[in-house]
Design a protein around this ligand. Structure first.
Ligand code: ATP
Ligand code: MG
Length: 139
């Protein structure tokens, strides 16, 4: 387990970049934590690390955004998919078992269909330590 503390959005982007060094084709990363805790900021860092400077925002009407780079990145946000039937998620396997990297915001919503080797990243706000304080735990 690794734990990072950040106090600005940029610091979270930097932690994402550093974390990205350990990723490779086929990596699957679950990103969990409350609204506004920095999941998308972390994804920005990863997308930048793989050489793409596009704006990163959570996919809204589609569940997945794609970013080209030195490795293809698939950015999911499954906030609106609560307790889906497993067959509703079958299409995701084409991304999970592809030649790209999958990053999944609100992955706990689809816990049952996450592959076994998924890397878990949890974001926590601790308001008593300041509005912008975040803990990022990788396991
Ligand atoms: N330490 C920090 N790390 C990341 N973001 C921070 C931090 N401190 C403040 N912020 C602010 O918190 C917000 C984080 O937004 P972001 O979209 O990354 O969250 P999210 O977890 O993806 O939310 P959602 O679940 O709604 O998709 C931004 O407005 C950012 O400026
Ligand atoms: Mg987000």
């Amino acid at each position: 387990m690794e734990k990072y503390i950040t106090k600005t959005e940029n610091e979270t982007i930097e932690v994402g970049k550093k974390f990205a060094e350990g990723l490779s084709v086929g990596s699957i990363v679950a990103l969990n934590g409350d609204l506004g805790c920095g999941k998308t900021a972390f994804v920005k860092g990863i997308v930048e690390y793989f050489g793409n400077s596009d704006d990163v925002s959570s996919p809204t009407y589609t569940l997945v955004n794609e970013y080209d780079g030195t490795v293809q990145i698939y950015h999911f946000d499954v906030y609106r998919l609560e307790n889906p039937a497993p067959e509703q998620c079958d299409w995701m396997d084409d991304y999970f078992f592809s030649d790209g990297i999958s990053l999944i915001e609100w992955a706990d919503n689809i816990k049952a269909v996450l592959p076994e080797n998924t890397i878990m990243v949890t974001f926590k706000k601790l308001p008593e330590k300041g509005e912008d304080y975040r803990e990022i735990i990788v396991e």
